[in-house]
Design a protein around this ligand. Structure first.
Ligand SMILES: Nc1ncnc2c1ncn2[C@@H]1O[C@H](COP(=O)(O)OP(=O)(O)OP(=O)(O)O)[C@@H](O)[C@H]1O
Ligand SMILES: [Mg+2]
Length: 340
């Protein structure tokens, strides 16, 4: 039985890890609630499958929005689910290490701690997700590194050097912004309305920012904007460059600002390592090449980009000195001094 667990509680995906086993589960961050009963029906992937069955009369609730607790009860359910998957019957309450974004207010951080306590955590520690990502990449905190974590709704940028966070920023761009941009493009250019689910399918099948990519095409179904009649449009991957322009420009502007903040003493190390991209949305085809091309600094997607935060949470749990486990600490501050 595990006494300590790490939870990467993303807006789209929750990953659970332990010091001993690394990642042990991955679930969509969502719960299904009965429309009539208002009772919890199922959690995670099961909830998504159940909600697709209209006969079950369920609504999906997303516990987090933009990295912030949007529904405390649903968040408690998710955290409790993570604990059950890891620790079984919760006779021994676990300590929980949760990854959080940079820009939460004290109240928002406190809400996460309070929610985890209500879910049954004996103690809750918080760590910034890019700090956990760095641990997951096996990098020492002394290294000069620029990390860009592109999640579902937001991107966190962090520059470290000399054991300190030298720059941190969060921008409201993520994988969902790419989906929305594709839906907007279809409406404006092809006068067709599609769901965000269909937009995500387009992104996953032909989404690319690499202009030299061989052209690929798909037929996408939707409704004509004017009269709501069913319509089909043949989309080309070469159109994706235009469709994705706005969120890409916003993301690149944030990366440029981070690059401009690198102190000259660390420029050589950061540039030779390259900008490290992680988070599910960093896998958008050609995004790395686009960032490299525009900024002139090599950018690369790290190994297991969507799992590296959870891997890091497991490593932080494993590396925490016992003395630190005996005190109530906020790891997001204390990690700065750890040689991870
Ligand atoms: N292969 C892929 N190509 C493009 N986008 C992808 C791919 N795989 C996942 N994504 C996108 O990544 C996003 C989810 O990323 P991730 O799991 O890192 O988010 P999260 O951590 O739950 O969210 P956040 O950090 O914003 O709270 C979704 O928008 C999804 O569409
Ligand atoms: Mg994330």
């Amino acid at each position: 039985m595990h006494k300590e667990i790490g939870i990467d509680l993303g807006s789209a995906t929750m990953l659970i890890s332990t010091a001993e086993e690394g990642i042990i589960a991955k679930e969509p961050t969502v719960v299904a609630i009965g429309r009539d009963s208002n009772r919890l029906y199922s959690i995670g992937g099961e909830a998504e499958r159940d909600a697709a069955d209209a006969a079950k009369n369920l609504r999906l609730v997303h516990p987090l929005r933009d990295g912030i607790v949007a529904d405390a009860e649903a968040t408690r359910t998710m955290i409790q689910h993570a604990m059950h998957l890891t620790c079984g019957n919760l006779i021994i309450k676990p300590r929980v290490l949760i990854g959080i974004p940079f820009d939460l207010s004290d109240e928002e951080e406190a809400l996460i701690e309070w929610t985890a306590a209500r879910a049954g955590a004996r103690e809750t520690f918080l760590v910034y997700t890019p700090v956990a990502a760095m641990a997951g990449m096996g990098l020492s905190f002394e290294s000069a590194v620029l990390i860009v974590d592109i999640g579902a709704t937001r991107t966190s940028l962090m520059l470290t050097g000399g054991g300190k966070i030298l720059y941190k920023d969060t921008v409201a761009v993520g994988g969902d912004s790419f989906d929305n941009a594709i839906a907007d493009y279809l409406l404006n250019r092809h006068r067709m309305k599609i769901s965000t689910r269909s937009a995500r399918i387009v992104k996953n099948k032909i989404g690319t920012l690499w202009i030299n990519q061989e052209d690929r095409r798909i037929d996408i179904k939707g409704k004509q904007a004017e009269d709501g009649m069913p319509a089909t449009v043949r989309l080309s991957s070469h159109e994706m460059f235009d469709a994705l322009e706005e969120p890409t420009a916003k993301l690149i502007a944030a990366v440029c600002e981070a690059i401009n903040s690198i102190p000259s003493v660390h420029v050589g190390e950061v540039f030779s390592r390259g900008i490290l991209l992680c988070g599910g949305a960093s896998q958008l085809d050609g995004l790395d090449k686009m960032i490299s091309g525009v900024t002139g600094v090599n950018a690369r997607v790290v190994d297991r980009p969507d799992e590296v935060v959870a891997v890091g949470l497991g490593k932080i749990l494993a590396d925490l000195p016992t003395s630190m486990k005996n005190e109530k600490i906020n790891i997001s501050q204390r990690c700065m001094r750890l040689d991870l």
